[in-house]
Design a protein around this ligand. Structure first.
Ligand code: CA
Ligand code: CA
Length: 225
């Protein structure tokens, strides 16, 4: 996987270790829509213990119940982690499927940053997990890192009609509680990694001066060509 080009860039977030922040972007440009290069959401939050961080990269949203959608073997999903605030990734976690199995590499320092990515198959942390296709989740843990890949119901909640009413000035009281989840019952393909914070390379002071230590994280989907 020498030459790749960027097709879709998901949300970029500054992650405070004790908070979960969310970016959402269902249905991207026509070149990537309805493929596993179409990133829907990226989540990062504290794991089962405060010593771990969970990253969730979801792609190809709006899949109907019963869908047998599969990850594209020519699409690399790469989680980027910037530990010094220069917005250049210092560590990456990569995932790419082959024959019903998702292969993971990292976290490790990338050989190249920006638009092109390569996979270092000899890096220290590698693992694989069978891709889950039904209600039962198959997970694997290696070196303290836990892995999942497969179909899941979309975790994102969004009331589209009320959103339009709010931005159109027709809803002075804002969103309803709980509102209508337009993604209810639709599925996504998710890649989930839970990583010990000791493997994430550190933090820097939040640039807004909040006193909170953070790192930046974002996800890319890249197609081999
Ligand atoms: Ca950096
Ligand atoms: Ca990258």
């Amino acid at each position: 996987m020498k030459k790749t080009s960027l097709l879709a860039l998901g949300g970029c977030i500054a992650l405070a270790l004790t908070f979960a922040l969310v970016a959402a972007d269902h249905v991207d440009a026509p070149d990537v829509a309805a493929t596993t290069a179409d990133i829907t959401d990226f989540y990062a939050f504290e794991g089962a213990t405060q010593d771990n961080t969970v990253f969730v990269a979801s792609v190809q949203g709006l899949l109907p119940p019963g869908s047998n959608a599969q990850f594209d073997e020519n699409v690399l999903v790469e989680i980027n982690i910037d530990t010094d605030g220069d917005l250049v990734e210092d560590l990456i976690i990569q995932a790419i499927p082959r024959n019903g199995v998702m292969y993971f590499f990292g976290p490790y320092a990338p050989n190249s940053t920006g638009l092109n990515s390569t996979i270092d198959a000899d890096t220290q942390f590698t693992a694989q997990v069978d891709i889950s296709t039904g209600a039962t989740a198959t997970t694997e843990t290696a070196n303290g890192i836990s892995y999942f890949a497969g179909l899941r119901e979309d975790t994102f909640f969004f009331d589209f009609n009320q959103f339009n009413a709010v931005v159109g000035g027709a809803a002075p009281n804002g969103f309803n509680n709980p509102g209508n989840d337009d993604f209810d019952g639709t599925n996504i393909l998710s890649i989930v990694v839970e990583v010990p914070n000791t493997l994430l390379g550190g933090t820097f002071p939040h640039p807004a001066g909040t006193g909170v230590e953070v790192f930046n994280a974002w996800v890319e989907a890249k197609r081999k060509h």
